[in-house]
Ligand binder design. Structure first.
Ligand code: PLP
Ligand code: COI
Length: 339
């Protein structure tokens, strides 16, 4: 293989050596097995193609200074995938199958885990699809769970440099009693038009408002939202956002640092009071927010006055990266070291 330019990777797909698959049939999951094929041969009436029986996850593996490979909060991703299974009536994937498949996929592709200090990581993408044929709107009776990996750089090309985000009032990502809290492909399909519009206007992402009242901040297209003021970490409580594992980790780290943590409804106007704000997620890590523009209302909230990441976001970012790479002690038991 050609040498990989680790420090200049973008967030994209690169072919690796193997992916690992487990099939659900007759009520049982098969032992995860590797393949070199990048294709899936499926029935044309598979429910994933017609009725959106598809869920996915995203997590990362990091190489430490000690050369060891660390996977971040794999157990939490396994549990979230189970909640996605329940949400769209797919066979529940056992946590052990999730973890065994992830570990196997990373192990078999060890040479693609970027070196310590490159700023890159190995993105792990588990996905679960309905394979069984149906024509009526019904869940499938057969499923495929697959994990592939790919080395990635920053999700936003600006990395840790603040970017502007847009509120586009003409679009919702998810309904209050809909599927926003689970990680299914349909939510992302529903966000493509707004996301594309925001990108064309020079924004890194859409910041969605709650769909019912259009009053409170929900989350960004690919990440949760947080704001910082008065030594407090504030993040929206909503029934239509994805429970981000990165956000949950940052709430804990903020508390560890002696900050107050508030998870509550955040009215749009409160943006004017934040000293710092950011998008958080596995792919986004912490992507600081420069400014929020409410396009339809012609309002603008400047968050970063000097165009740089703020001190609290920087401390949180360094702490999180430190734990993920093994530079900082893993006091909360978040890291699985690959054997
Ligand atoms: N919100 C959305 C819509 C996402 O797609 C993601 C990414 O997974 C997140 C939030 C962040 O979640 P996590 O930190 O678990 O990656
Ligand atoms: C992640 O952060 O893992 C995501 O899934 C976000 C995006 C790539 C959809």
């Amino acid at each position: 293989m050609n040498a990989i330019d680790w420090s200049n990777l973008s967030f994209g797909y690169m072919k690796t050596d193997y992916n690992v698959r487990s099939y659900y049939k007759d009520g049982k999951w098969s032992t995860p097995a590797e393949t070199t094929s990048e294709s899936i041969d499926i029935h044309m009436a598979a429910t994933c193609l017609h009725y959106g029986q598809e869920a996915f996850e995203g997590l990362k593996a990091f190489r430490g200074k000690d050369g060891k490979i660390r996977i971040f909060r794999m157990h939490d991703n396994a549990l979230r995938m189970q909640s996605s299974c329940h949400g769209i009536m797919m066979a529940e994937l056992p946590v052990e199958v999730f973890e065994e498949t992830v570990l196997k996929a990373v192990k078999l592709n060890e040479r693609f885990v970027p070196p310590y200090g490159s700023g890159a990581s190995l993105y792990i993408r588990p996905l679960l699809i309905g394979l069984g044929a149906q024509v009526g709107v019904k869940p499938a009776n057969e499923y495929l769970f697959l994990v592939f990996v790919t080395p990635v750089g920053p999700y936003f090309k600006e990395g840790f440099k603040p970017t502007p985000v847009a509120i586009l009032r003409g679009f919702d990502r998810a309904a209050p009693l809909g599927t926003g809290t689970i990680k299914i492909g349909g939510n992302y399909a529903a966000s493509l038009v707004a996301g594309n519009k925001a990108h064309e206007m020079g924004y890194s992402a859409v910041l969605y408002l709650d769909a019912k009242e259009k009053k409170y901040l929900d989350e960004c297209g690919p990440a949760n939202f947080f704001g910082i003021k008065n030594n407090t970490y504030i993040t929206p409580l909503s029934s239509s956002i994805l429970p981000s594992i990165t956000n949950k980790s940052l709430m804990q780290l903020a508390e560890d640092m002696g900050m107050k943590v508030e998870r509550r409804q955040v009215p749009e106007e409160e943006l004017a009071t934040f000293e710092e704000a950011g998008q958080v997620g596995t792919a986004a890590v912490i992507s600081p927010i420069l400014r929020v523009d409410d396009i339809d209302e012609n309002k603008s909230y400047v968050i970063s006055k000097d165009g740089n990441a703020g001190p609290v976001s920087t401390r949180l970012y360094n702490k999180l990266k430190g734990i993920q790479q093994g530079d900082e002690p893993d006091t909360h038991g978040w890291v699985t070291i690959l054997e």
